[in-house]
Design a protein around this ligand. Structure first.
Ligand code: GDP
Ligand code: MN
Length: 376
């Protein structure tokens, strides 16, 4: 679950991070008063659940309350990567001397928290990672002992030579790690953490993703979910208990089981195409789930073919087949659909699908190849 910047700021500040004051507004008419209260200059920031708001024009500095009102007016209703801006944060602006990146994620290979720091903050960290990997320092933290003092010194020293600044950076990294652990985050990131000309360190952006599996014990955080700001497809998928991640390709995938879904995506890539999504319909799939999955996939205009890859264990292939038939009846859909069903009741499923225009495949490889061909 992704948190809005305003909520992430609140959490960070609760853990002692230096976060500039801010006021959330839901109507651009409130921007001037908020700016006056905080004191100018302020920064007017779109609250949307995607990165790169700055580049998209969703973050603007304002030197007067009038200017803040004007910029808030512009940012409201803006469309940023498909998400409409409905909330804006007015934050006290900070003068920037240097911008750093500081982030914590779970490192899958060491199965431990990993802190990444870079003196090249502000920009896309992915770009830094691919073009200047030497500018990122990665430190694996053993959660049983926490950050060790030498690790903290190493990270702070990687970002600055100034004694006072290093002290503040070390404190900030330590607080960020505590926040990450404390809210069961899968990612906690400050980009940028800045040093101002007077040598003060500030967290001027805040991003937290929560591990959904931790939400049962994070009631306060769970209540922060902002469905109005999520992509509709994601909200719909969650409500139907489907795990769904939108991607940029054109082969839509409906698969049962996360492992098989990953393998299907890998195979699509292996044969030179790109999957349009990750979609796991789960173990006990009813026809309704297949229908819901199709509904979600068809929202994406990039999708040119659909591959249904089901291994019938607890999931019965005839259930899935019925779901597909029902979906075809209810929906106006002319996309080619490749179906590979194997396992429990697969013969029955094939009978159900026999008199349709669905493209059958007996192996996963065949299914993937046919779906890629059909998407061309
Ligand atoms: P993002 O683009 O979604 O990551 O939004 P950020 O909050 O990181 O803001 C984008 C950029 O706007 C930053 O990298 C800064 O260059 C600039 N910016 C944001 N807040 C301030 C501020 O308080 N003062 C100054 N001078 N620039 C800011
Ligand atoms: Mn940022």
């Amino acid at each position: 679950m992704k948190l809005q910047e305003v909520d992430s700021r609140g959490i960070f500040s609760g853990y002692g991070l230096p976060v500039p004051e801010s006021i959330l507004i839901t109507d651009p008419a409130e921007a001037g008063a908020a700016a006056k209260k905080l004191g100018c200059p302020v920064v007017v920031k779109a609250q949307v659940l995607v990165g790169g708001r700055g580049k998209a024009g969703g973050v603007k500095l304002a030197n007067t309350p009038e200017e803040a009102a004007e910029k808030a007016e512009k940012i409201y209703g803006m469309d940023i990567k498909g998400l409409k801006v409905q909330k804006v944060l007015i934050a006290k602006a900070v003068d920037i001397e240097r911008e750093f990146y500081v982030g914590v994620v779970i490192d899958r290979s060491s199965r431990m928290p990993l802190i990444m720091v870079s003196p090249a903050g502000g920009v896309d960290i992915e770009t830094v990672a691919s073009e200047n990997p030497e500018k990122i320092l990665k430190t694996v933290i053993d959660p049983a002992v926490g950050i060790l003092p030498f690790q903290l010194r190493g990270m702070a020293g990687f970002l600055s030579d100034d004694k006072e600044v290093k002290k503040q950076i070390a404190k900030a990294i330590s607080a960020l790690y505590q926040a990450f652990m404390g809210v069961d985050a899968s990612l906690a990131e400050i980009n940028p953490l800045v040093e101002s000309p007077d040598g003060k360190v500030w967290a001027i952006d805040a991003k937290i993703n929560i591990d959904d599996s931790g939400l049962y014990r994070q009631k306060k955080i769970a209540a922060m979910r902002d469905t109005s700001a999520e992509a509709e497809a994601e909200t719909q998928a969650r409500e139907e208990s489907l795990s769904f991640v939108k991607l940029d390709g054109n082969v839509g995938c409906i698969v049962n089981g996360a492992g098989l879904a990953m393998a299907t995506m890998d195979m699509i890539k292996h044969y030179g195409a790109e999957p349009a999504n990750f979609l796991d319909i789960g173990g006990s799939s009813s026809p309704e789930k297949v229908l819901a999955a199709l509904n979600i996939i068809l929202r994406d205009e990039n999708v040119k073919s659909i591959l249904i890859n089901i291994f019938g264990g607890i999931t019965r292939c005839d259930d899935v087949a019925n779901g597909i038939i029902e979906a075809r009846k209810k929906m106006d859909m002319d996309l080619p659909m490749v179906v590979r069903l194997t396992g429990t009741n697969s013969e029955k499923a094939m009978e159900i699908l026999a008199d349709t225009d669905l493209i059958a495949a007996s192996s996963m490889e065949e299914g993937v190849k046919k779906a890629i061909e059909a998407a061309k």
